[in-house]
Design a binder for this molecule. Structure first.
Ligand SMILES: [Zn+2]
Length: 150
């Protein structure tokens, strides 16, 4: 058995919507993805990693495109983690620029945040642009969409 999740996280990893916003966004997502097995809200006082599971293909430098999967990325992930991600700035091994883990180019997309709103097994349903915008208005933030396959 495998599960597919659509996960929505704020573009700003530090952003935390109010409980009222969370509640109302969760209710709206339940209406939009009515086929989903479950709608889940996750809230953490520290920044967490929202991965894309089996959809992971690569992680690359946003400046020069070099793949960083081997060595640098896993090491930096563990250096950055201390009861939550600090999202500090690090010098890239490829082109020596400074980035945070949230600035890297992930295929498929994944990200970091204190808040996530997820739908489990939505079937063939997906959020269109307008529905995403509606949830962004409810939550007061731009959102990033992650497709997680477990
Ligand atoms: Zn680079």
């Amino acid at each position: 058995m495998s599960d597919n999740w659509i996960v929505l996280i704020p573009q700003d990893p530090q952003y935390l919507p109010t409980p009222e916003q969370q509640e109302s966004a969760s209710r709206r997502l339940r209406e939009i993805l009515s086929e989903a097995d479950e709608i889940e809200v996750s809230v953490s006082p520290t920044v967490q990693y929202f991965d894309c599971g089996g959809n992971f293909e690569s992680v690359a430098c946003p400046h020069c495109g070099t793949h960083l999967d081997d060595g640098w990325w896993p090491e930096t992930m563990s250096d950055d983690y201390d009861d939550g991600f600090k999202l500090a700035q690090y010098e890239l091994p490829c082109c020596a620029r400074q980035v945070g883990l949230q600035d890297l180019v992930y295929e498929k997309p994944q990200g970091f945040g204190k808040f996530g709103l997820s739908a489990m097994n939505p079937g063939f349903a997906d959020l269109n642009e307008q529905q995403l915008k509606e949830l962004e208005e409810i939550l007061g933030t731009k959102l990033q969409k992650i497709y997680q396959h477990i």
